[in-house]
Design a protein around this ligand. Structure first.
Ligand SMILES: *[C@@H]1O[C@H](CO)[C@@H](O)[C@H](O)[C@H]1NC(C)=O
Ligand SMILES: *[C@@H]1O[C@H](CO)[C@@H](O)[C@H](O)[C@H]1NC(C)=O
Ligand SMILES: *[C@@H]1O[C@H](CO)[C@@H](O)[C@H](O)[C@H]1NC(C)=O
Ligand SMILES: CC(=O)N[C@H]1CO[C@H](CO)[C@@H](O)[C@@H]1O
Length: 339
């Protein structure tokens, strides 16, 4: 467990990373994305913040708020539905026109829905796309800019906030769950494939680090797409759990989650050169900067069953198979492998 005092002490030193850090927040107009954007803006000097999401009126309030927090910040909003890979490409092209380097790609888009498989116009389940395919497309598209940052010795980091520690066995013959769809399969596939593909990216981009972070139980409005009864139950559950210390049950208040993720986004502890097998918990590849973090902002134990599963999948070629599948999906949806 990284203590909150340690986290705050570190966050007060972010200005040492230099002025003009470029940070892209996908899903940054609500929940953990917004909370992290706030804390990052508070402590960075003249950062360029990009918020990518759908809600323009919400975004304009947030831009005003972030500029109020630090008027040296440049804040831009790119309005798009990121469940479509073609829209991801367009958003990244827009960023690429303005920025030579990207220091941080922070991804939280998602929905908490009880609906079954719901296809986008590109033939992907919307939830699986938001949780996995679209996120990996952002990474792929912004790799040139991330590598410019990393190879000059600056911060270069990707964080996908989902659920390491909860990796599950994959239906290997149906990775995009065309026929084997269930909510539990969709959750498991998104989580396991995030871990495997981030490790894949880390192995081929040695100056960039790739973090898969489990936020623990954080109350966000991802429940907005749930039906009212479930929404009530979710709220009640959070209310009941509130009195317990966060360390015992993994419930992290939203603002603290922002502080924790700002720390994860900027600490040198998770830079590629500090990587070793013991701290990643799953990545057998020495020299790559892939990390799976628990709700306490510490790497997940390598002996945990989920870590063992990831390690086995890497050793048995399943990681490679998942990446080939992902590239195939990219090609079908966009007609190109990306930059
Ligand atoms: C940075 O972060 C620390 C801890 O979260 C906070 O106390 C401080 O006011 C922030 N702002 C600046 C400009 O450092
Ligand atoms: C967009 O944001 C505004 C302001 O926060 C909110 O009132 C509205 O419900 C949001 N719209 C959607 C579709 O989420
Ligand atoms: C996946 O779906 C196919 C076809 O519906 C079925 O035959 C198979 O048993 C399922 N596999 C798993 C692992 O559930
Ligand atoms: C941490 C940091 O750089 N904060 C800045 C926020 O904006 C004001 C006004 O431009 C700067 O003076 C601060 O340094």
């Amino acid at each position: 467990m990284v203590s909150i005092s340690e986290i705050r002490a570190h966050n007060a030193t972010i200005k040492k990373l230099g002025s003009g850090l470029v940070a892209v927040f996908v899903g940054g107009t609500s929940g953990i994305g917004l909370s992290t954007a706030r804390e990052f803006t508070r402590n960075a000097t003249a950062p360029h913040i990009y918020l990518i999401g759908r809600n323009e009126s919400q975004a304009s309030q947030i831009i005003t708020e972030l500029r109020g927090i630090n008027d040296s910040a440049q804040v831009s909003f790119i309005k798009t539905d990121v469940s479509l890979l073609k829209s991801v490409d367009e958003a990244c092209q827009e960023i690429g026109k303005k920025e030579e380097k990207v220091n941080l790609l922070f991804m939280t888009p998602g929905v908490l829905t009880m609906q079954g498989r719901t296809e986008t116009s590109e033939g992907l389940d919307r939830k699986l796309s938001l949780h996995y395919y679209a996120r990996m497309r952002f990474v792929q598209d912004l790799l040139p800019q991330l590598n410019v940052a990393g190879s000059s010795g600056s911060l270069a980091r990707v964080i996908s906030v989902l659920g390491p520690g909860n990796e599950k066995k994959l239906v290997e013959t149906d990775l995009d769950l065309k026929t084997n769809y269930s909510l539990s399969n969709a959750a498991g596939h998104a989580i396991t494939m995030n871990s495997l593909s981030l490790i894949h990216f880390a192995a081929t981009n040695p100056s960039v680090s790739f973090l898969h972070s489990n936020p623990g139980g954080v109350q966000t409005n991802a429940a907005r797409e749930l039906n009212p009864i479930l929404k009530g139950i979710t709220s009640l559950l959070f209310l009941l759990l509130k009195p317990f210390p966060t360390s015992s049950i993994g419930i992290v208040p939203l603002s603290e989650s922002g502080e924790r993720h700002t720390y994860a986004a900027t600490t040198s502890l998770f830079s590629p050169k500090n990587q070793n097998v013991a701290t990643t918990g799953a990545d057998g590849e020495k020299g790559s900067g892939a990390y799976r973090l628990g709700f306490d902002t510490a790497p997940i134990d390598s002996k945990q069953s989920s870590s063992v599963l990831v390690k086995d999948y890497l050793a048995n070629g399943v990681g490679k198979k998942v990446w080939e599948h992902t590239t195939d999906i990219f090609n079908k949806a966009t007609g190109s492998e990306g930059k």
